[in-house]
Design a binder for this molecule. Structure first.
Ligand code: SF4
Length: 726
């Protein structure tokens, strides 16, 4: 098995090097995300955050049993089900039992690496259940019957031509290599599946024990759909993916998103703490959280590898790794690839079987620099190599290669004794002479084991002098080298221009004292523009109505010819009396009343959804949308256009402010952060809006304060469910 995997690794690495689309995709990915992450950490306003999150992650492991019990208890209080699975098979059995009991025939999946780790798809399909991946990249690789090759860019190995041909064959559309057209074809095909599936399966990016929620990040909106539309939601969670407190959750979430895509926040961050409430008109009837061990306890018990569990699967280490940057994800032959895959795969699936992964990495340290939680992957890769060289009962590794261990023992002797090291260098200089070309001074051919090195390239000869010898010769007499303190006379200090320069962080003060309403709105507008959110300022609710009426009149429905709009049953929206505004147009206005069984259908036929989020966060242009019986999840998700009406006094400065405000009240079972319209860049990094959720997001900031009693007339009060003014 070990030999087989080893040869597979080399074979697939070779194939990857020859693949033009993959090489192009990897270069683009590393240029964009790799360099972006390095730059972000360098300029970070709060450099201590990475250490705080790492500390929090590591400390949480010490009390993981209590933290998980708290999470489970909070979810169960809301009517959710929490299951603990010792291994992948137990998790599969649990999910199958839920599916069979509910007569599930179709499953839509949101991207979940853990579900791939345990291979749930195969088990469901063997039970006759249709399984559809709904993340665009995952959907493409599923259609191509391949495996994802990156944590956040699963189809990086395919170019637009490959995808065009694939869609023409599998979806029956005319061939096109236009990323927006391909994305729209997938949107149409997947929408049917998402709206009609029996069960949604997702992972869990990070749970919060204190509040009893799992949280899921996505840009496309598929995960929101998969957790909203089917009647059953099953979430798989690795036992380590939990933050003890809401505050620790916030800091970890911020790092996760920054490291993954350098966004201030993903388009959607969904918080789910149970099934839909009794009066909620949408949301799943059953919510199951399956917390999976599958080898993690063993890692937790290993001081040398425990740190790897702090990983939050952002994918940043892949984006800077020189090895991954050449061989891509498939060579790792595992769910997890890149530097994190080279460490976690052997630990979860067998050190012997995946021996080549840790040997293939360069230990250059780029992954450590960029990891949001400063996971020391190079150290753990070295530990794995040590385990392989010297054997380990814990990891069931026999001493792999006795000869290799002798070689490294000898090497240790050489590099720790300057006498032996220098003597051998002198000897090597003599030995290399017959092999050195007179023409260019390079070593052209070597014999024996070393021949492989010179088969395809020349080798630099050992220099005539070592660095130490040159240094000694040139600087032996200077006071610095003699350990003497040097005081530079005025005017003779070292040239500051030659010191490494750190770019200055952009000064932006979000602290409470600095924020008055006007700059806050300006900051919001600036950030909203970056997120493709159209911001409209309305001095009053009368102006708000005018803006909405204009949008309804000028925009066209995407999926039908009829103009239906749907709005939350919320005091700020009811006071708009929108149902009275379309006197001459054929516009149907629906309101999402609690317990209305037809809300799903009405929302499905609406091309505009109007909501009144509780808060809007200026620093990231994020809407905080809470779920309640009259304010269901689908209104901001299913229609093609989302209009959010926010009062100016509900604009807060930072994500921390929003978390603090949420923490002061009873946190609802479900809520979502929305930062822009749905989007994807899965096809050759081409940004397209409207992957699954709304294609447009309009934010209306209203200057007028709330009514004192919030007791506006609503359609519910008038006894009308929906009204058509024609
Ligand atoms: S090891 Fe660090 S950089 Fe790599 S996926 Fe995990 S958290 Fe991200």
């Amino acid at each position: 098995m070990g030999e087989k995997t080893r040869s597979l690794y080399s074979e697939k690495a070779k194939q990857a090097l020859e693949s033009q689309p993959l090489q192009k995709g990897l270069t683009g990915l590393q240029d964009r995300f790799g360099k972006g992450a390095v730059k972000y950490w360098r300029n970070m306003e709060d450099p201590g955050k990475r250490d705080r999150v790492k500390k929090s992650r590591m400390e949480s492991f010490a009390g993981l049993d209590t933290i998980l019990a708290q999470l489970a208890s909070n979810i169960r209080k809301r009517g959710g089900h929490v299951h603990f699975a010792g291994d992948g098979q137990e998790a599969i059995d649990c999910a199958l039992e839920i599916a069979r009991r509910n007569g599930v025939r179709s499953v839509v999946k949101g991207k979940s690496m853990l579900s791939m780790e345990i291979n749930i798809d195969q088990a469901l399909e063997q039970d006759g259940i249709e399984v559809v991946e709904t993340d665009l990249g995952e959907y493409i690789v599923q259609l191509a019957q391949q495996q994802p090759s990156h944590i956040i860019a699963p189809c990086i190995h395919l170019d637009r031509n490959d995808i065009g041909e694939l869609f023409a064959e599998k979806l029956g559309i005319d061939y096109t290599d236009d990323p927006p057209s391909l994305t729209m074809a997938a949107r149409k095909a997947l929408r049917e599946k998402l709206l009609n599936a029996d069960m949604g399966i997702t992972g869990c990016n990070l749970a919060c024990a204190e509040t009893g929620h799992i949280s899921l990040v996505s840009n496309e909106g598929n995960i929101r759909m998969a957790t909203t539309m089917p009647k059953i939601h099953v979430a798989f969670m690795g036992m380590e993916r939990v933050a003890p407190t809401f505050e620790e959750h916030r800091e970890t979430l911020e790092l996760l998103v920054r490291a993954a895509t350098q966004q201030p926040l993903s388009t959607y961050v969904s918080f789910i703490g149970g099934p839909a409430g009794e009066d909620d008109p949408d949301g799943p009837e059953e919510f199951h959280l399956i917390i999976i061990d599958n080898g993690r306890s063993k890692i937790l018990a290993s001081p040398e590898f425990r740190e790897v569990l702090a990983c939050i699967r952002c994918g940043a280490c892949l984006n800077v790794c020189p090895v991954y940057g050449k061989i891509g994800g498939h060579a790792y032959n595992s769910t997890y690839c890149g530097p994190i895959g080279a460490v976690i795969t052997p630990l979860l699936s067998g050190v012997n079987e995946h021996a080549d992964l840790c040997k293939g990495e360069t230990l250059c340290g780029a992954c450590l620099d960029v990891c949001p939680v400063k996971n020391d992957l190079p150290r753990m890769l070295s530990e794995l190599r040590y385990t392989l060289a010297y054997g380990s009962n814990r990891w069931n590794v026999r001493q792999h290669n006795v000869r290799e261990s002798y070689i490294f023992t000898g090497w240790q002797l050489v590099v720790t004794s300057s006498f032996i090291y220098r003597s051998l260098i002198r000897l090597a200089r003599l030995i290399q002479r017959p092999f050195t070309s007179k023409k260019n001074g390079m070593v052209r051919t070597l014999g024996g084991l070393a021949r492989g090195w010179t088969d395809t390239r020349d080798l630099q000869p050992i220099a005539r002098q070592t660095f130490g010898e040159i240094w000694k010769e040139k600087y032996a007499d200077t006071p610095e080298t003699a350990g003497v303190a040097v005081h530079h006379a005025a005017g003779s200090e070292p040239d500051p221009g030659r010191q490494p320069q750190q770019p200055e962080p952009v000064a932006r003060d979000y602290s409470e004292n600095s924020v008055d309403p006007l700059p806050l709105l300006e900051i919001l507008k600036e950030n909203a523009a970056n997120q493709n959110i159209s911001v409209h300022s309305a001095a009053s609710y009368t102006e708000t109505v005018d803006i909405i009426v204009e949008l309804v009149r000028t925009k066209d429905p995407e999926f039908s010819h009829n103009k239906h709009i749907v709005l939350h049953d919320h005091p700020d929206l009811n006071r708009l009396r929108l149902w009275k505004k379309f006197n001459r147009e054929a516009v149907t206005v629906h309101t999402t009343f609690a317990s209305d069984k037809e809300v799903r259908a009405k929302t499905g036929e609406s091309f505009i959804g109007i909501t009144a989020p509780s808060y809007c966060i200026a620093e990231s242009a994020t809407l905080v949308q809470l779920t309640s019986p009259g304010c269901p999840r689908s209104t901001s998700l299913v229609p093609s256009i989302h209009i959010a009406v926010v009062r100016k006094d509900n604009v807060v400065a930072t994500l921390k402010d929003a978390y603090d405000l949420l923490g002061t009240k009873k946190i609802p079972d479900s809520f979502v952060f929305i930062t822009g319209p749905s989007k994807t860049a899965d096809i050759e990094a081409h940004l397209v809006h409207g992957a699954h959720g709304p294609r447009e997001l309009h934010l209306i900031v209203v200057g007028e304060p709330a009514l004192p009693d919030q007791g506006e007339e609503s359609l519910a009060a008038t006894g009308q469910q929906s009204k058509t003014d024609q």
